[in-house]
Design a protein around this ligand. Structure first.
Ligand code: G3H
Length: 195
């Protein structure tokens, strides 16, 4: 068995302001998480010479991976956060106030709802297919540093959770979900590195 470690990026400046999407850097708290994560990964994967670190192409995941030494890093566009289209950079409050119909239709069917000029969860699930194929093919551990919506979909695949649950799965910041794939099935451990 070999582990797959899933984690969101450390808290970003937009997380602090409640803005979705964007491409901001980390907050101070987010930077602290990046350090803790690197300590954890370097210890956990000490003798795993073939392990690799996968991020999205967005700053907040690349900066979260930054302190981790000793492993190759790969950027995947397919690991980028759900594209919020015209709502990119807005807060949920602003969407509710300025685009109430959009807000309501998303609430009604978050899985299928597609942001105008953006993506739906179903779109995200579809674009993750090559990532999943490559993850399955790897024989060494992989650390995936990505985003809430994307990790919900990835996690659901490994934990065998139904499609309709995906947009609602809890995916906290500053927590590592370790998936072990063995002959007896999938096992999961969680490490909360910060409050
Ligand atoms: O910026 C996007 C969020 O991380 C996705 O969260 O799908 O629950 O709105 P949500």
């Amino acid at each position: 068995p070999r582990p797959i470690l899933l984690t969101r990026h450390g808290e970003s400046r937009d997380n602090v302001r409640g803005r979705i999407g964007g491409d901001t850097a980390l907050s101070g708290t987010g930077e602290l998480y990046a350090k803790k994560l690197s300590n954890f990964v370097e210890k956990r994967l000490k003798n795993e010479r073939a392990a690799s670190i996968w991020t999205s192409t967005l700053q907040r995941t690349i900066l979260t991976a930054n302190p981790i030494g000793g492993f190759p890093k790969v950027q995947w566009r397919a690991l980028d956060e759900i594209n919020a289209g015209v709502c990119d950079g807005m807060t949920y409050e602003e969407i509710k106030k300025n685009m109430p119909e959009e807000y309501e239709s998303r609430k009604k069917d978050k899985l299928r709802y597609r942001y105008p000029r953006g993506e739906s969860y179903l779109d995200v699930i579809q674009r993750l297919e090559p990532v999943i194929i490559e993850l399955e093919r790897q024989r060494a551990p992989v650390v995936v540093i990505s985003h809430q919506a994307v990790l919900r979909a990835l996690y659901a695949y490994f934990a065998d959770r139904p499609l309709k649950e995906i947009p609602h799965i809890e995916m906290p910041l500053h927590t590592i979900i370790e998936i072990q794939m063995g002959v007896t099935g999938v096992q999961e451990k969680r490490y909360k590195l910060m409050d």
